[in-house]
Write a protein that binds this ligand. Structure first.
Ligand code: HMG
Length: 440
């Protein structure tokens, strides 16, 4: 068993690597070589990456792909997508191309409110607490003036503070629930700084509040933190077209296609086992653009799944209808995204991805990301309800199987040609590869 270590964080990068190699790797020299192989040749760029996180030993590459032809609110976009899974970028591209000829995607931001809480305990008289809150509220707002000054100037800031009684769920538990408008910033640092100041002012001023004379003034702050659940930071994206224009595939009529597609969506609305996979497909598209634009995909994921459960059962994030011969497919999803702050101005590739997206505002990015999720889901459902998913997925996965089996350039060329007309499966590829190797 490897030893524990104290002071690891203080070691140099190369000493950290030595320790990891000595503790875990059989071939120590080769493992060190692999780790170093991924260092950037430009030391300044490497240092920038080293300093994004802690205890950095190397870089972990993800491919950055692009999906062109996304017509969103009459503007054409090429979406940058950072993702490791084959067929996602192809699927997004195919869906974009399909809807390009049918009016493109329409998207609108419904709301942009972010939420944060000061969570505290208080066991005294609720009426006195409420009076105290009413009295202290203006002071709370003025206590964060230095933090909110710039945000206010741009038109954002703190929009509301309320006292929430949660004692029915947990004895003594209350919240200051604060609403924020953070404009183009995701706003985590801004929100948390405000909340910590609210907590301090709220607790300290209570000591001077004359109504708290019975020893119950004890307000115990538990924590102050933003919520990544942002159901009021909501965006909607949709596509629509006459049913008759739906499917070019001659094996299924457009009406049959629409009917089966709607059934697939309905199943995801009522069956959590299916909804999780359905939404995973949506997140393929969403996370890839979120990552490429330097946003926090964990926050986006956590929020999306909470939103998908908001009615008490985990359900689909997309919906579909056919009315008066018009097929409509849409997504409604909360997305707290930023186009300033964080990695957005720091990571050279993120800067480039933002430029590729025509330097979007946070509202623009919310629309683009929602569209990416919708397109991905359209492509997946279209495959699932017609050819099955494996055909396209395995076609895209072919290169991974070839690489896993160390196929040479000549073998790849020959097998790519072969599988243009043959079904890809893991076994079929191995057999074909073996055939080439034994005959040559
Ligand atoms: P196809 O019809 O064989 O593609 O589809 P094609 O060769 O006829 O090309 C048509 C267009 O597709 C291309 O147009 C591209 O836009 C795109 P063009 O560029 O030629 O003008 N395209 C590609 N783009 C980039 N690189 C490529 C490429 N190939 C096609 N190599 C395709 C093939 C995979 C697109 C299709 O079968 C598809 O959309 N499948 C769905 C794949 C999918 O959803 N993958 C996600 C991973 S599976 C998963 O995790 C989620 C899931 O479980 C979710 C759920 O259950 O809901 C499925």
């Amino acid at each position: 068993m490897p030893n524990s270590i104290s002071g690891f964080s203080k070691l140099s990068k190369s000493k950290k690597i030595d320790w990891i190699a000595d503790s875990y790797f059989v071939d120590k020299e080769l493992s060190k070589q692999i780790l170093k192989q991924y260092w950037h040749s430009n030391p300044e760029l490497q240092q920038l990456h080293d300093e994004f996180i802690e205890n950095t030993i190397t870089n972990y590459y993800l491919p950055l792909g692009v999906a062109p032809n996304f017509l969103i609110n009459d503007t054409l976009y090429t979406l940058p997508m950072a993702i490791e899974e084959s067929s996602v970028v192809a699927a997004a591209s195919k869906a974009a191309k399909f809807w390009l000829d049918r009016g493109g995607f329409k998207a609108e931001v419904i709301s942009t409110t972010k939420i944060g809480h000061v969570h505290f305990m208080y066991y005294g008289d609720i009426k006195i607490l409420q009076q105290y809150f009413n009295a202290i509220k203006p002071q709370l707002i003025s206590a964060v003036k230095s933090i909110t000054k710039n945000m206010n100037r741009r038109g954002g800031g703190v929009t509301d503070i309320t006292l929430i009684n949660k004692t029915k769920a947990l004895e003594g538990y209350y919240q200051l629930k604060v609403r924020f408008e953070t404009l183009d910033a995701m706003g985590a640092n801004f929100i948390n700084s405000c909340l910590e100041q609210f907590a301090q002012t709220f607790r300290d001023s209570a000591k001077q509040y004359k109504m708290f004379t019975d020893g119950n003034a004890d307000i115990k702050i538990v924590m102050s933190i933003l919520s990544n659940y942002v159901p009021e930071c909501l965006v909607k994206a949709e596509v629509s077209c006459p049913v008759a224009h739906l499917n070019e595939d001659k094996t299924v009529s457009p009406t049959q296609f629409a009917e089966t597609f709607l059934q697939a969506v309905k199943i995801a609305e009522i069956e959590p086992y299916r909804a999780v996979t359905h939404n995973k497909g949506i997140m393929n598209g969403i996370d890839a653009v979120v990552l490429a634009t330097g946003n926090d995909f964990r926050a986006i994921e956590a929020c999306a799944h909470a939103y998908a459960s908001r009615h008490g059962t985990y359900s689909s994030l997309t919906h579909a209808s056919v009315e008066d011969g018009i097929f409509k497919f849409w997504i409604e999803i909360p997305l707290a995204l930023g186009t300033v702050g964080g990695l957005t101005k720091l990571h050279p590739l993120v800067k480039l991805c933002m430029e590729m997206l025509q330097n979007p505002s946070a509202r623009d990015l919310m629309q683009i990301v929602a569209v990416s999720g919708l397109a991905q889901n359209f492509a997946a459902l279209r495959s699932l309800t017609t050819t099955g998913i494996q055909e396209g997925h395995m076609k895209m996965h072919l290169m991974n199987i070839l690489n896993q089996n160390n196929a040479s350039a000549a073998e790849k060329t020959s097998l790519i040609k072969h599988f243009k007309t043959n079904t890809v499966s893991h076994n079929a590829v191995i057999e074909a590869l073996n055939r080439i190797r034994t005959t040559s």
